[in-house]
Design a protein around this ligand. Sequence first.
Ligand code: PLP
Length: 368
Amino acid sequence: MMSRIHYTKPSITDLEVRYATDAAANGWGERCYEYIGRFERAFAAHLGVKHAIATSSCTGALHMGLAALDIGPGDEVICADINWIASVAPVKYLGATPVLVDICADSWCLDPKRVEAAITAKTKAILAVHIYGNLCDMDALRDIGRRHGIPIIEDAAEAIGSVWHGRRAGSMGLFGTFSFHGTKTITTGEGGMFVTDDDALYEKVTTLSNHGRSRTQTRQFWPDMIGFKYKMSNIQAAIGVAQMERIDELIAEKRRVFLEYKSRLSHLPLTMNPEPDGRRNGYWMPTIVVDKSVQFDRAALLAEFKNSEIDGRVFFWPLSTLPFFDSQTGNAIAHDLHERAVNLPSYHDLQTSDIQRISEVIERSVVG
Ligand SMILES: *Cc1c(COP(=O)(O)O)cnc(C)c1O
């Protein structure tokens, strides 16, 4: 029988097991925050930012960050139409409105021209999500943000290892968020991170993340405001510390997997995640977008994958196709591109022979 090729799985070594075991055995009492502090400092140093706050998820990190900007009912946040729901759900939690704009055909990320055209008096933030590791045009977005006085926020959950002209994804906006869900480049099982260079924002989110209790509050059990409970546990953080010690290796394996696919598939009528000049792609999720000129049946390819014990996935749906979002966006690129796109298995230990097996199925299904 053929062995199953999974879509994703984490890379866990003795180091992660050792730290998690130590946290479970000894990480209590005065050591109960030790791994959390180490993980936050290692993550901030990797990104080159001043502050990092470990959270239970990226969704929670985004929720707190948006709440700290006082975003609420009547406000608008500009987002790309192609997104995982987790990026925009926090906008809805706060009663604000996600304004869905079209993507660029090459980056699959926010089109800056569409962003600028969508700005109104109600726009409170622009949410830049670096989809599948591909980078948004940060120079154009930051220029728009500066001219209109609107903060740029980065959801860099998929962009660990991605670098924009020397600056890491997630370090360029007013704040950035990350996910350590089991499918991501580094994992803590479940988990996330909030990062920022802004001291006041850091204090506010620190307070929010601690049930609204300020670090300077001397009264016990005294909340200064209604906050949240999106904390990471010390045991999860222990796994995160080990993953950070291996971060260069983990990113390098994701890049190796992508580049092996790329060299095997480059003769086919399709494009993959781009890496333009001055940018480095962390290649979280190798994705093919089959050329429009080709008769391509996405369902047939996914069925072929299934028959061959390969776990492939569809591209994210345009949010405007979901019943609870504005469907009248006219986002032609988002609606066209997702039907021609498929995500490929990409875990760190994926072998060359596996990549060959997957590529052969693609070759049979995508013939020019
Ligand atoms: C995975 C992911 C999330 C959600 O992360 P959680 O930790 O599961 O909340 C948010 N945004 C993007 C872009 C993601 O890829």
